[in-house]
Design a protein around this ligand. Structure first.
Ligand SMILES: NC(=O)c1ccc[n+]([C@@H]2O[C@H](COP(=O)([O-])OP(=O)(O)OC[C@H]3O[C@@H](n4cnc5c(N)ncnc54)[C@H](O)[C@@H]3O)[C@@H](O)[C@H]2O)c1
Length: 283
């Protein structure tokens, strides 16, 4: 069965962008969110995404209108799940919330439907265990902003089947995305683990007084063509979130993910990056 109808659960930053990409590829999308105000906000996010698409010149007016016409919004998860052929979950990063949503999806979706989660860090196996179809649960980790970033990191849970993997790989190709496969369900998958190793080393170089924040960032931007330096990336994503992620990687992999003391002290002091006006830099 070729998937033509996709349900996106959670129309936030990621969900609205994912919905745009899927609809742009010609599939019908329903976005479900928790309340009418949340749906209104999701619709507004989608409209600004479509406005950016139109402005970029990468789509004609007709293509933008076509994309919009293929996206519907609802607050009724069960009704939307009953008629969908694939689900992409993008609710906030809380394990218990995701497990609850997956249990509801499992009860409401037709049995053959593959349920994908956009979690950035949780065990796919733990999310799949909330359902009666762990072989049809998989991680599809998109990057922000979904219409721009080319990668989807596919993550296998313990019981994810080959045919589930094929389904999400074929879908990613239809969306025009590239994929990588994380074959084992490990914390940080491939991308977050790589990013954290670089970020921690950057914070250590700063702590050891080897270079200032500006030069450490410039090393990666100018030397490696990264879009942003690692300390700036930490400040942008929030030092609290990053420290939490470093600590969970350390639990699994040991002291190579030990966050330097200055990093921890910034968080203790409430300097969480851009959102509080100070992190590795002042804003
Ligand atoms: N923001 C990023 O850069 C990024 C990148 C990759 C992956 N992710 C992951 O994507 C997921 C979503 O992140 P986000 O940044 O879009 O979050 P967000 O807070 O912007 O959006 C979450 C949306 O889910 C809705 N929601 C909450 N409970 C719900 C429920 N029970 N049913 C339906 N909708 C519900 C919220 O109202 C909100 O609109 C998380 O797992 C996050 O880790 C985020």
């Amino acid at each position: 069965m070729q998937v033509e109808k996709v349900l996106v659960v959670g129309g936030g930053l990621m969900g609205s962008g994912i919905a745009q990409v899927v609809a742009r590829a010609g599939l019908d999308v329903t976005v479900v969110d928790i309340s009418e105000p949340a749906v209104k906000a999701a619709r507004a996010r989608l409209e600004s995404g479509l406005a950016r698409l139109a402005k970029s010149g990468k789509a004609t007016e007709d293509e933008v209108a076509g994309t919009r016409s293929r996206i519907a919004f609802t607050t009724d998860l069960e009704a939307a799940a009953a008629v969908t052929q694939h689900v992409i979950e993008a609710v906030p990063e809380e394990l218990e919330l995701k497990r609850k949503v997956f249990a509801r999806l499992d009860a409401a979706c037709p049995p053959e439907v593959v349920l994908a989660t956009n979690t950035s860090q949780f065990s796919i196996t733990a999310i799949a265990a909330a359902t009666g179809r762990p072989d049809r649960v998989v991680g599809t980790h998109w990057f922000f902003p979904p219409p721009v970033m080319r990668l989807i990191e596919i993550v296998r849970g313990l019981e994810t089947s080959d045919s589930t993997l094929d389904t999400v790989q074929e879908l990613a190709a239809r969306y025009g995305k590239e994929t990588i496969v994380c074959r084992r369900d490990t914390p940080g998958f491939i991308t977050s683990r790589l990013m954290m190793a670089l970020s921690i080393e950057a914070a250590r170089i700063l702590e050891e007084g080897i270079a200032d924040a500006d030069d450490i960032n410039r090393a990666c931007v100018l030397g490696f063509n990264h879009a942003m330096g690692p300390l700036d990336t930490l400040d942008l994503s929030g030092l609290d979130t990053a420290l939490h992620s470093a600590d969970s990687l350390r639990e699994e992999f040991g002291d190579r993910f030990l966050a330097p003391q200055t990093f921890r002290t910034l968080v203790t002091a409430g300097h969480l990056g851009r959102k509080t006006g100070r992190g590795f830099r002042n804003y």
